[in-house]
Design a protein around this ligand. Structure first.
Ligand code: NAD
Length: 246
């Protein structure tokens, strides 16, 4: 486990799935963690309890990041509770399959309002309080670089996330704040449980390391990205996918 003691981390969308795994890992590494959730207070509380049971520090804050008005209060709550903010993990994201024919203005807005606009506005608010040495991690996806015709809109949002990782890394470098993207392969979570059952065999077959990813695989990469071991890494996105090209 890495030494993040004294650091404060905000993990968006961390009541379940990959985000919950990241929150638990950063807490185990020694950080105090803000567990953000949109709807599921009970799930968020379970994550907080699991962190506390393991000897860590966490608290949950509700904020729907597709609503711009929810964003500043989330960052304010982190700073008020723990006195500072060192690490932001932009994990919250939505995903829906589509086809060119099925795309609607509403589905475009739903994806972009959270995956891109929400990420950017949380980053803007957090960047105002992050100290030198602060780190922002953007959770992308392998579909950003190998986009799939059954997920046009989602793939486009993650392409935008990778672009923002580069622009933000450039913008914040002078303040010694790093910005690192992590692009997961196929990871089994609550959010994709249905598609996982249908697609696991196909995707595992395309994965050189021969298995579905777990939230802990992504959390380990985030732990590296926010650590001093990654002190020379910024503005780039790391594939964490068992070798899978979607
Ligand atoms: P999930 O659906 O299991 O969890 C998503 C999280 O985001 C949940 O905690 C949810 O509460 C939160 N969330 C949803 N809407 C929100 C909103 N409006 N405001 C705040 N939080 C909100 O998803 P997951 O599979 O754990 O995905 C997490 C991230 O990883 C996403 O950005 C996703 O695009 C990315 N990703 C996942 C996979 C995968 O195979 N699971 C692969 C590549 C990338």
């Amino acid at each position: 486990m890495r030494n993040l003691s004294g650091k404060v981390a905000l993990v968006t969308g961390s009541s379940k799935g990959i985000g919950a795994g990241i929150a638990k890992r950063l807490a185990a590494d020694g950080a105090s963690v803000v567990v953000n959730y949109s709807r599921s207070a009970e799930d968020a509380e379970l994550v907080v309890q699991a962190i506390a049971a393991a000897g860590g520090q966490a608290f949950a804050v509700q904020a729907d990041l597709s609503r711009p008005e929810d964003i500043q209060p989330l960052v304010d709550a982190a700073v008020q509770r723990f006195g500072r903010l060192d690490i932001l993990v932009n994990n919250a994201g939505v995903y829906q399959v589509d086809s060119l024919d099925s795309i609607t203005a509403e589905s475009v807005d739903m994806h972009f309002n959270l995956n891109v606009r929400g990420l950017l506005l949380v980053t803007q608010a957090a960047a105002r309080v992050l100290p030198p040495g602060g780190v922002i991690v953007n959770i992308s996806s392998g579909v950003a670089t190998s986009p799939q015709p059954m997920v046009h809109v989602y793939s486009a949002t993650k392409g935008a996330v990778d672009t923002l990782t580069r622009t933000l890394g450039t913008a914040l470098g002078a303040r010694r704040i790093r910005v690192v993207g992590i692009a997961p392969g196929f990871v089994a979570t609550e959010g994709n449980a249905e598609s996982a059952a249908a697609m696991a065999e196909h995707l595992v077959g395309k994965t050189p390391l021969g298995r579905v990813g777990q939230p802990s695989d992504i959390a380990a990469a985030v732990s590296y990205a926010v650590s001093e071991d990654a002190a020379w890494v910024t503005g780039t996105t790391l594939d964490v996918a068992g070798g899978l090209v979607f």
